[in-house]
Design a protein around this ligand. Structure first.
Ligand code: ADP
Length: 615
């Protein structure tokens, strides 16, 4: 007996203890595996050509054996050899799951995460106490049997099987609740519900009842093989012939998400290139969405065969969250690599991109709350799209951006910002910080708000970088409330320059300048910056891995409120006790750092100085 890999054992345990509330999904998982296996063989046959296989030869068969309590799902697809049986069924196969280290600590509530792996095959154990897989790889001599009764382990033995393909035999658990899976009626309904669109026939021997008999006699029964599914893929159907729940089931099944999609987009395009597409905007991000492991792409079908699981060229990076299927006619004797470069794919990609944008705009206009939810999950990717293209995509993307407005206390677009801006306003003001709450408390905000101007909160690392590349919106430039000239009427004249210069000397290179002015109103002190790099950018850039050389430094200006008591005090000291002023300079510098959330180099010294001054 071989042991399952640790993480698989854990998932199996969860499966056996039925974390999925609807056990019935096991059937859709196994049928979808069978269909994938046929896809693989069909694709191979088209490439090799002279295999003698034709599309009509492929089928999936379900058989019920009530006496032995078994349900068997058979396909004549590509099959598995001994090694594949071990590798595919002995460990969780789905993409990236093995890299997902935390899998060992999974708890019941983590089923969301498991769902994203596509536990597929394992779901059979929700309804079975033993699973046998008899498989023969296409072109191979021998067949093998893989058998497991759950978490204890599995065995692989020689077996006999005439044709290539795979039989999955489920030995159903004892108990009332499992009996229904031995009923033709239930199986028929489950196929309709979850697997109707599978493009190969799903066959089952069904009982027909003939009631045309004499009174008191049992109805006559005959058996015949029926095709249970309609075989028309959803995307090939007319929109008005597809139920919302069908889209939803298809999405959940194909893209391993337990949540319904936020938006479904069904396209049928005739023109330079004919194609059909079924696209989904997920309502939550996959667990690995913001990691390098995440791969974008759409499934590409041609003539009903899956060519590429994730065709990257069909989606721009900034829409990498979109899942879905594109179906078009492409010559199949091309290699997969050449398929990706064909001109028709580029045409499709352009149309798909346009459509996604349009749908997002619709969502923004008509279903604001949904859009805001979308943006909270995927907005950073859109901002990144502006940044990583050096602003080339800005016209495309800038109207999809949302920022929290300090004045209006809600998320607004740039357009909405401008609609509420006054004509005297020189800039689009923004402030950066970790959270909206912390931004609202920034001293630098006061003056701008006092003038009646709104401030946009930027809380993502990428925000300021993206803004730099947008440059201006409706002829107004962006300006950080912590940046240089704010274009306000109030005199920004520096005053008490002698004191300011003295404090600057005391602080040395750490600041570009000390300024005493009316730029801040109620609070005594803060930083502003000069030049290209802001304090927020400094933090982000220095946090990047492989940051070679000396750390990046924003040019800090220590702003002191001319109206503050501390300023009056320092003016007095400047006349009478200059030497003690350097202590004050240090303390004010430390406090400005505190406001910005910058770690002071020598916190103990700072604390001692403050205590000295206040005791
Ligand atoms: P997934 O299908 O999401 O990859 P599964 O656990 O359902 O994960 O299946 C694991 C792997 O086992 C599949 O990727 C496939 O390689 C193989 N497999 C499962 N069922 C079959 C089948 N009926 N025929 C051939 N291979 C199969």
């Amino acid at each position: 007996m071989k042991q399952f890999k640790a993480e698989s054992k854990k998932v199996l345990d969860l499966m056996i203890n039925s974390i999925y509330t609807n056990k019935e999904i096991f059937l859709r998982e196994l049928l979808s595996n069978a269909s994938d296996a046929i896809d693989k063989l069909y694709y191979k046959s088209l490439q090799l050509q002279a295999t003698g296989l034709s599309r009509n030869d492929f089928k999936i068969t379900i058989s019920i054996d009530k006496q032995n309590r078994t349900l068997t799902i058979s396909d004549n697809g590509i099959g598995m050899n001994k090694e594949e049986l071990e590798n595919n069924l002995g460990i969780i196969a789905k993409s990236g799951s093995q890299d997902f280290k935390k899998v060992n600590d999974l708890k019941e509530e983590d089923i969301n995460i498991i769902g994203q792996f596509g536990v597929g095959f394992y779901s059979g154990f929700m309804v079975s106490d033993k699973v046998e897989v008899i498989s023969k790889a296409y072109g191979a001599e021998n067949a093998y049997l893989w058998v497991s009764s759950g978490a204890s382990g599995y065995e692989v033995k020689d077996a006999v099987k005439a044709q290539n393909g795979t039989d999955v035999v489920l030995h159903l658990k004892d108990g009332e609740e499992y009996n229904e899976f031995l009923e033709e009626y239930t199986i028929k309904n489950l196929v309709k519900k979850y697997s109707n669109y599978i493009s190969y026939p799903i066959l089952m021997e069904c009982t027909k009842y003939d009631y045309d008999v004499a009174d008191g006699e049992e109805p006559r029964t005959t058996k015949s093989v029926e095709t249970l599914n309609s075989m028309i893929p959803l995307w090939k159907k007319a929109k008005n012939q597809v139920e919302e729940s069908e889209y939803e089931n298809f999405y959940k099944d194909s893209f391993h998400d337990i949540n319904a999609p936020l938006k479904t987009i069904h396209m049928s395009v005739e023109g330079m290139v004919d194609f059909k597409a079924l696209l989904f905007i997920p309502s939550s991000a996959p667990y690995n969405y913001y990691t390098k492991e995440y791969e974008k792409g759409l499934k590409l079908y041609t003539n009903g065969v899956l060519i590429t699981e994730k065709c990257k060229d069909l989606l721009p990076d900034y829409y990498s969250f979109v899942k879905g299927v594109v179906d078009t006619e492409i010559e199949l004797n091309l290699s997969r690599e050449t398929v990706q470069q064909t001109k028709s794919l580029k045409t499709i990609a352009t149309a798909v991109e346009k459509k996604i944008k349009q749908e997002l705009e619709n969502l923004l206009t008509n279903e604001r709350e949904k859009y805001e939810n979308f943006f909270k999950v995927f907005g950073a990717g859109i901002k990144f799209g502006i940044y990583s293209s050096y602003g080339m995509n800005k016209n495309n993307l800038q109207d999809l951006l949302l920022y929290y407005s300090v004045k209006q206390d809600k998320y607004i677009t740039l357009k909405e910002y401008m609609q509420n801006a006054s004509s005297e306003q020189k800039y689009i003001y923004y402030a950066t910080g970790r959270t909206v709450e912390s931004i609202k408390l920034m001293p630098q905000l006061e003056k701008v708000l006092d003038n009646g101007f709104d401030v946009l909160c930027m809380t993502d690392d990428v925000d300021e970088f993206a803004i730099r590349f947008i440059g201006e919106y409706e002829q107004k430039q962006f300006r950080s409330v912590s940046g240089g000239d704010l274009g306000l009427d109030d005199n920004l004249l520096d005053c008490h320059t002698e004191l300011a210069n003295y404090l600057k000397e005391a602080l040395g290179d750490r600041v570009e300048k000390v300024r005493i002015s009316t730029r801040i109103k109620n609070h005594p002190v803060c930083f502003t910056t000069e030049g290209e790099i802001s304090l927020e950018m400094e933090k982000v850039l220095n946090a990047m891995p492989n940051q070679a050389g000396s750390p990046i430094k924003a040019k800090r200006i220590l702003e002191i409120n001319e109206q503050s008591k501390i300023c009056a005090k320092m003016l007095n000291l400047f006349e009478n006790d200059k030497d003690s002023l350097s202590e004050y300079a240090e303390v004010l510098y430390g406090l400005a750092e505190l406001i910005e959330g910058i770690q002071n180099d020598k916190p103990t010294e700072l604390v001692d100085k403050i205590c000295n001054l206040i005791s």
